[in-house]
Design a protein around this ligand. Structure first.
Ligand code: GRG
Length: 300
């Protein structure tokens, strides 16, 4: 059995070091703008998406350098995720003061600066992904497939589209089907893309990619269900972001539909489906299995 705490600490340190190395330096003409981006990137965060990318790569490939090859991809995923949090926290969206245990980007630097920090992080992610100087271990065709997978997941047919539906649904009565569509796009799409891009970089075949997609879809769902649950049952101190914000923003959530007990059960069922998707893999999938358990057991 993997010691998930140790595994996470090790991989978080790896991702953090790569982010620091790859991210623009806060010097020169754009020092203030880069300082804003770096603030949100380094102020905290579990680094779930980059770690999923690395774990999927190591599951497929026995190449000892696979993690090193995938690090720029992992960092790009974290940049996109961080941009989405910065924009989600803006007054025009969720209007939150606290993120990752610290003041949100717009609270610290102002609204215009936060919008631009988000824009900069999103664009920088694709700079990282497309720069042949990075991730030298990836073939050009793998790099292109990864760019497409992540762009599709982050954009209007994925995370941005899900966020638009979510904004539109605020204060309205929506069906469970609509809630599932919001969750699948707003949160699930980038999580699935994180797993898939690691697998693509490791030259997964079609059957392996299908298994990884099924795994990603189900942990993405579990992740969002638990996020809904924690918003109800955890404190602001534990979460590092304002608890109870879903109720405040009149959002439809799993606990609002099903109550706390049934919601937890639905998260566990999604995790079980994600583990079933990995049944064709041996011990190389153990980190992914441990990450799936972590996603339902986490407290923040
Ligand atoms: C603004 C385009 C745009 C999209 C926003 C990610 C997102 C879409 C909104 C964030 C709101 C939210 C609470 C979503 C639910 C799940 C989620 C993405 C939680 C935050 O991710 P974690 O827990 O955060 O991985 P850390 O801080 O650990 O990186």
């Amino acid at each position: 059995m993997i010691d998930i705490k140790k595994y996470l600490q090790e991989k978080q340190a790896l991702v953090l070091k790569a982010l620091d190395d790859l991210m623009l330096s806060p010097e020169g003409d754009f020092a203030d703008h880069v300082t804003c981006m770096r603030y949100s990137l380094f102020v905290g965060g579990k680094r779930v998406r980059p770690i999923l990318c690395l774990a999927a790569g190591s599951c497929i490939s026995e190449d000892r350098d696979i993690e090193r090859s995938l690090l720029p991809v992992a960092c790009a995923l974290e940049c996109i995720h961080t941009y989405s949090l910065i924009h989600d926290d803006l007054p025009a969206m969720d209007n939150d003061d606290l993120r990752r245990g610290n003041p949100t980007c717009h609270k610290k630097f102002g609204e215009a600066e936060a919008i631009l920090a988000g824009d900069g992080l999103l664009t920088f992610a694709f700079d990282l992904l497309s720069d042949p100087g990075h991730a030298r271990g990836l073939s050009d065709s793998a790099r292109l497939a990864i760019v497409h997978t992540i762009a599709r997941a982050a954009g209007s047919l994925g995370m941005v589209g899900g966020q638009a539906l979510d904004m539109d649904a605020e204060g309205k009565k929506i069906t469970f089907e609509q809630l599932k569509t919001i969750h699948r796009n707003k949160t699930g799409a980038l999580i699935t893309a994180s797993v898939l891009s690691g697998a693509i970089g490791a030259r997964a075949d079609t059957r392996q990619r299908q298994a990884m997609r099924r795994f990603g879809d189900n942990i993405g769902l579990a992740f969002q269900i638990v996020d809904d649950l924690l918003d109800v049952i955890a404190s602001t101190e534990e979460l590092g972001k304002t608890a109870g914000s879903d109720a405040r923003n009149k959002k439809a959530t799993y606990p609002a539909f099903f109550g706390v007990e049934k919601t937890r059960k639905l998260a566990e069922e999604a995790v079980q489906r994600s583990l079933d998707a990995l049944s064709g893999f041996g011990p190389s999938a153990d980190p992914l299995r441990a990450l799936a358990h972590y996603i339902v057991d986490r407290t923040k």
